[in-house]
Design a protein around this ligand. Structure first.
Ligand code: PMP
Length: 351
């Protein structure tokens, strides 16, 4: 650490992303929940066309995209804003709705970025344990008097709350913002966006990184009633008004026009997930019931770390978390059918 760093030693704990190896062609990469399927060809064309005008700044209001989203979800454009990935929107939400006085609450096992942000922004934090089945118990989230962040479906467990359960949390916390981070919602869970109509304390954060095959393009969107969106806009315009670049804006517009392609891909991923889960079951694994594009699975004969290391030796990357309740598990992104079969062959040889 340099003598110029303004933060105290140990004050921050930066997020550690899953490995992004350089020799990716030689690997089966099932470690960061990307889509194995490419963007629609029209999206690639849209990026190429937008690149021709990259000498100009992008639209800082992202109006076209907010109009697209408004017509898809049945709200006006002032119900939406966009971010450089949903990570950036999560960061804006922390800045807008949490501080030392307005604390934050989230699960002990959930998306690792929440704890990174709560340290960065020095918020007062309450951690709520998952139950014995690795589920969020919505009754633990009653009248907390804090801003609540829930990943739904949760990561890395893959387990989802129903929309009715989310509604229960909203009703039990009428004076606090409830952020539903639904990065994986398109793979089978119930979407919370219809609840925005009824609840002025709901902020729903979404991403194009998973179901829209656009992780590298970095686009996320937030949906809420206009007052909450205006607060996020104040933060966004105080940090980086050009946060979604023109190439990504053009791509996102094309993505929204080719929804059928992406929803079809989601059903392929859901089929591959069911197939992988069944095969893992037959091999003696226990897999949590996933509504996402990954499974969280464990085997009595091998630790998460050992399975991760031995798969890595066979050029297959999965993710393993070195913490007490997660150590037995590996998180495996759902790939193409060919990738899933190669993974299963490798696991059989390891076992
Ligand atoms: N939320 C959850 C639950 C995630 O797993 C991820 C992906 N790591 C994100 C948000 C962030 O995704 P992105 O910034 O790519 O939109």
């Amino acid at each position: 650490m340099s003598k110029y760093f303004s933060r105290k030693p140990g004050e921050l704990k930066a997020y550690v992303p899953g490995e992004q190896p350089r020799n990716v062609q030689q690997l089966i990469k099932l470690n960061t929940n990307e889509s194995p399927l490419p963007p629609a060809p029209e999206v690639i064309d849209a990026v190429a066309a937008a690149a021709q005008k990259a000498n100009l700044y992008c639209d800082p209001t992202m109006f076209k995209l907010r109009e697209d989203l408004a017509s898809i979800y049945g709200y006006t454009p002032d119900h939406f804003t966009l971010g450089n990935g949903s990570d950036e929107l999560l960061s804006f939400a922390f800045l807008a709705f949490c501080n030392k006085e307005i604390g934050v609450a989230y699960a002990d096992i959930t998306y690792g970025f929440y704890s990174v942000l709560s340290r960065l922004y020095a918020t007062d934090t309450k951690i709520i344990p998952l139950d014995a089945q690795y589920c969020i118990n919505p009754y633990d989230y009653s009248a907390l008097g804090r801003t609540i962040f829930i990943a739904n479906p949760n990561a890395p467990t893959g387990i989802a709350l129903t929309r009715a359960q989310i509604e229960g949390v909203l009703q039990a916390n009428p004076d606090n913002v409830v952020v539903i981070d639904q990065a994986y919602v398109d793979f089978g869970a119930e979407c919370a966006i219809p609840l925005v109509k009824k609840y002025d304390n709901l902020l729903v954060i979404n991403t194009f990184s998973k179901s829209r095959s656009f992780a590298g393009g970095r686009v996320g969107f937030a949906v809420a009633q206009p007052e909450l969106i205006a607060n996020l806009e104040t933060i966004r315009n105080s940090i980086n008004p050009y946060n979604v670049n023109s190439l990504s804006q053009a791509a996102a517009h094309a993505i929204l026009q080719h929804n059928d392609y992406y929803m079809q891909n989601c059903s392929v991923i859901a089929q591959n997930r069911a197939y992988l889960t069944k095969q893992l079951d037959a091999l003696g694994f226990t897999t949590l019931p996933s509504m996402t594009n990954f499974v969280f699975t464990r085997h009595p004969a091998i630790s998460g770390e050992q399975l991760y290391l031995q798969l890595k030796q066979r050029a297959i990357l999965v993710r393993y978390f070195d913490s007490p309740r997660l150590r037995d598990f590996c998180r495996i992104t759902i790939g193409t059918r060919e990738q899933v079969d190669a993974l299963l062959d490798a696991i059989r040889s390891i076992l």
